[in-house]
Design a protein around this ligand. Structure first.
Ligand code: IKT
Length: 372
């Protein structure tokens, strides 16, 4: 595969870990990243690509890209070896060329970044030369990710958009944009994290034994003691699935209120019947009815061990009349970071292959697996 330039919108846990995983994957060059206060764009790589595609009419192979180690160190707040705590301002660096980090300085603390009030607009502006954009932003308003996609479409972007959204109801909002994406040349891969995402794809594979699927049960286990800070956004979204809360509550709650909820459960929360888009994504791929899919799991913020093994169980009937259950398990040694970000980049590459083949519109993780 030719090189893939990609951008990451959002540098919370998912955005940062995706950049980190990309260092170990072939053909991926991160060229832009942002959070709410800062944006880093490698204009050199983008310009060299523009020059090369102008002369040959094909995508160029580009080297370089963002210095991921520096960006990660900056966003994790430990780049200032002198322990400086001055918030980054302007594009300034200190006398050693190392920016001072302030509390929550985020991407703006990187020497590659500039502070901005319009981070998404700046990536949209550079997007002519970006093959794929991973939207790693929290989705506390259901139409937020669809509206981000609109901004790229309105700007004439032709490429791949990938999100790691969770909620079933967002898929319809994206499907409503299919015509626009098709006309525009956008390949949108939705729900490309773990669940939905990796585990939806696993269910699609497990379903291949059957001519009729009766039930898909997705059950996840996540241990987030040391990873809690990095994954506050995910935990907040999970709280919204508890019966006494909803997405608006979860958005409005302070960090202390979220922690008080976690404390009520002694740090171990079990979720049942989560509104996760695995259901509609399996239905739109023709695998089973959405109502036959359940998603639940256990989050333990008191330990890094998984509290339960992540499992996908697909029950169905084979062509020769047998009823069986195919089970797919993630090893307990694999982390949530590995199981969200590896697949997100894998689906991103699958989206780029489609896009380069002229296939546009909205694709779910199960659509990128064997057909049913
Ligand atoms: C997600 O980010 O896809 C959803 C989260 C669950 C991740 C499951 C990972 C399983 C594993 O690593 O074994 C959660 C619902 N926020």
């Amino acid at each position: 595969m030719d090189n893939v330039n990609f951008a990451v919108l959002g540098c919370g846990g998912i955005g940062r870990r995706t950049l980190e995983v990309s260092k170990d994957m072939d053909h991926l060059t991160p060229v832009a990243a942002c959070d709410r206060n800062g944006v880093a764009v490698d204009h050199d790589v983008l310009e060299s690509r523009r020059d090369s595609s102008g002369s040959s009419g094909t995508r160029s192979v580009s080297d370089g890209g963002l210095d991921v180690d520096e960006l990660l160190a900056a966003t994790e707040g430990n780049i200032a070896s002198d322990g400086g705590t001055t918030a980054a301002s302007g594009s300034g660096a200190d006398s050693d060329g190392v920016k001072q980090t302030g509390e929550n300085a985020g991407v703006a603390a990187s020497v590659q970044a500039d502070p901005t009030e319009e981070p998404i607009a700046e990536i949209v502006e550079a997007s002519d030369d970006i093959d794929a954009v991973l939207i790693a932003l929290p989705n506390f308003e259901h139409d937020f990710i669809p509206r981000v996609a609109d901004r790229f479409a309105d700007a004439g972007y032709e490429g791949v958009l990938v999100d790691v959204l969770k909620r079933s109801r967002v898929i319809d909002m994206l499907d409503d944009r299919t015509d626009e994406f098709e006309q525009q040349g956008i390949t949108f891969v939705c729900g490309a994290g773990a669940t939905p995402g990796f585990l939806t794809g696993a269910a699609a594979i497990a379903a291949q034994s059957f001519v009729e699927v009766h039930e898909v049960e997705i059950w996840w286990g996540v241990g987030l003691k040391s990873g809690y800070e990095d994954n506050r956004g995910t935990v907040r979204e999970d709280i919204a699935h508890l019966p006494e809360y909803d997405i608006d509550d979860a958005r409005e709650m302070s960090d202390a209120e979220i922690e008080a909820v976690i404390d009520e459960y002694d740090g171990v929360i079990e979720f049942e019947d989560m509104e996760h888009a695995d259901d509609v994504l399996l239905e739109r791929a023709g695998i089973c009815d959405a109502e036959d899919v359940t998603v639940g799991g256990i989050l333990d913020v008191t330990s890094d061990e998984k509290p339960t093994t992540t499992t996908v169980r697909v029950t169905g009937t084979t062509f020769d009349g047998e009823t069986g259950t195919n089970t797919f398990e993630l090893d307990d040694a694999t982390s949530m970071a590995a199981n969200v970000n590896g697949p997100a980049l894998g689906y991103l590459k699958a989206g780029v292959r489609r896009n380069r083949a002229g296939e546009y519109g909205v694709f779910g993780p199960a659509d990128l697996m064997p057909g049913f």
